[in-house]
Design a protein around this ligand. Structure first.
Ligand code: PRP
Ligand code: MN
Ligand code: MG
Length: 179
């Protein structure tokens, strides 16, 4: 185990099993719709890559980079678009792929942007959902795991830009936050 990690919350195997389930459900629900699957960078990059491999219908992908957390463990509440989509969402069935929904601010902002750009439908898949921390009323259409209010890292999720490369989800040792 990586030296800064105190405990593994979800193993690589548990995550892959869940991603496969989500991919199969999405394949059924989006049959014939050629969804535009949008990865919310950076956190969702690994989930996105694994998820689309488990989807067995035609789809297109694009990327958007937004940030609300910066170097902190708390959301600043201000969402910034760092990289926009390359393609138009007008008339498209759009699926937003997130790694985690916490306050919900990032997603409610993104959903709003995509609806104003006249997407035909906007759906959300997140691997992790922290409903206890929600400050806006928002439910994902697909969620992998409901998790308690602990700061987790790995599988795309960072603390100050580190730990995204861990293949599992873990909690950091408390002393890491104070250094
Ligand atoms: C994290 C995470 C989600 C968002 C969730 O992204 O990846 O996108 O925060 O929090 P919220 O529901 O409170 O808005 P972050 O802003 O840290 O950027 P990153 O994906 O580049 O790490
Ligand atoms: Mn993110
Ligand atoms: Mg982050």
């Amino acid at each position: 185990m990586f030296r800064d990690i105190q405990e593994v919350f979800y193993s690589e195997e548990q995550i892959q099993a869940k991603v496969q389930e989500l991919g199969q459900q999405i394949s059924k629900d989006f049959e014939g719709r050629n969804p535009l699957v949008i990865c919310v960078l950076k956190g969702a990059f690994i989930f996105m890559a694994d998820l689309v491999k488990q989807v067995s219908i035609p789809l297109e992908i694009d990327f958007m980079a937004v940030s609300s957390y910066g170097q902190s463990t708390k959301s600043s509440g201000v969402v910034k678009i760092i990289k926009d989509l390359d393609v138009s969402v007008e008339g498209r069935h759009v699926m937003i792929v997130e790694d985690i929904i916490d306050s919900g601010l990032t997603l409610s902002y993104l959903i709003d942007v995509l609806e104003r750009r006249n997407a035909q439908s906007v759906s959300v898949v997140t691997l992790f959902n922290k409903p206890a921390r929600r400050t806006v009323d928002l439910q994902p259409d697909y969620a992998g795991f409901e998790i308690p209010d602990a700061f987790i890292v790995g599988y795309g999720l960072d603390y100050a830009e580190k730990y995204r490369n861990l293949p599992y989800i873990g909690v950091l040792k408390p002393e890491i936050y104070s250094t």
